[in-house]
Design a protein around this ligand. Structure first.
Ligand code: SAH
Length: 348
């Protein structure tokens, strides 16, 4: 149990909830300012960190409304998190209104070693605590309040690490955010490389929130996927349709779909054979949304597919009635794009 857990263990539950809800108020920046708490409790909380992540530098790509920071944790470990803005006339009707997506990390490093991803090369140091995950949100929430305008309307667990290997902490964080902000489950996406144990849990765990789910597939052909994703489990592609059936049963709302992410590596997973295999697999997964992802360079020996190839895939998939999008890459100039997070903010 962490320090806060020990202090609040014998108090009524609402005390703990008052503390958590104060973490979301940008006007409150210390335990001492939580006026709803009795003075003696505020005294006790002096031993608890109000914030568990500390920025060591912020990189900004002005043209792209993208910010990236390297956060240092209490034990000296570091993780990256990204803030991506977009001007959203559609929602507000007012020009210039900015909505932000934050990309959060769930682990220090990552053990999955996907060949095209810079984070994989770091290896795994440790899981983040739920507070360290939550505090990435809080960090950006304060940052926007202090320096920008607009608000966070999307959270993607697509930073460093594999969220399904840190299941309980990711769940605690998401549930705290859902409880204390205006964000709904459809504004949060958890992305996994395909950890079967975690995927099995989300379809059976009543406390797993109905957030969006995305699978980093990258190939529907076993031999190719094994190469790109070394953590690929034997039989994974054959198991996937069975799992998708359970997923749709568990999350039956009409908006629910299995998200599929597909990063395009030249001459590896981008020919017609791979396209056919994806069509065949995806048609067995119920409602899907396929996100085609241009590769962001992380290795000079690996090239991304040409944009025409990705567009060809989109057209072919649309002809087959799939919902398809091509991911717009944000933050490449500051190495804040997907797969480029390798803890280099401070020293490059
Ligand atoms: N471990 C989880 C969460 C990390 S998200 C997962 O794998 O899903 C990582 C996302 O970034 C995935 O969709 C992955 O496909 C994408 N990605 C990783 N490296 C990339 C790169 N070099 N270029 C483009 N996308 C990349």
């Amino acid at each position: 149990m962490d320090e806060l857990g020990k202090i609040t263990a014998n108090l009524p539950r609402y005390r703990f909830q008052q503390i958590v809800s104060a973490w979301f108020e940008t006007s409150i920046r210390s335990f001492d300012s939580i006026s709803t708490l009795p003075q003696n409790l505020r005294e006790q909380l002096k031993t608890v960190d109000f914030m568990t992540v500390f920025p060591t530098g912020i990189k900004e790509d002005k043209g792209d409304l993208t910010f990236k920071t390297l956060l240092t944790l209490k034990d000296g470990a570091t993780v990256e998190t990204v803030l991506m803005g977009r001007v959203n006339k559609k929602i507000t009707g007012r020009p210039g209104e900015v909505r932000y997506t934050i990309c959060v990390s769930s682990q220090v490093g990552c053990p999955m070693k996907c060949t095209f991803c810079a984070t994989g090369r770091l290896g795994l140091k440790r899981n983040l605590t739920w507070r360290e995950i939550l505090d990435q949100y809080r960090f950006w929430n304060y940052f926007i309040a202090d320096h920008l305008e607009g608000k966070i309307d999307n959270i993607v667990f697509m930073g460093q690490g594999e969220p399904m290997l840190n299941y309980e902490n990711v769940k605690l964080t998401i549930n705290a955010i859902l409880k204390n902000t205006e964000l709904g489950p459809r504004q949060i996406t958890v992305s996994t490389v395909g950890v079967k144990a975690g995927m099995e849990k989300i379809v059976t765990d009543p406390d797993w929130p109905a957030v969006r789910f995305a699978l980093s597939l990258h190939s529907a052909i076993t031999e190719t996927r094994q190469k790109l994703v070394p953590s690929h489990a034997p039989g994974f592609l054959e198991w996937l349709p069975e799992w998708a059936k359970l997923y749709h049963e568990r999350f039956s709302a009409r908006t629910k779909f299995v998200g599929i992410e597909y990063t395009f590596i030249k001459d590896a997973n981008d020919d017609d054979k791979h396209l056919k295999a994806l069509v065949k697999l995806a048609s067995k997964l119920g409602k899907t949304r396929i996100n085609l992802i241009p590769y962001n360079s992380t290795d000079p020996n690996m090239l991304g597919s040409a944009m025409e190839v990705i567009e060809h895939w989109r057209e072919e998939l649309m002809k087959k009635d799939f919902t398809v999008t091509i991911r717009r890459s944000q933050g490449q100039r500051i190495a804040a794009a997907c797969g480029q997070l390798s803890n280099k903010v401070a020293n490059d």
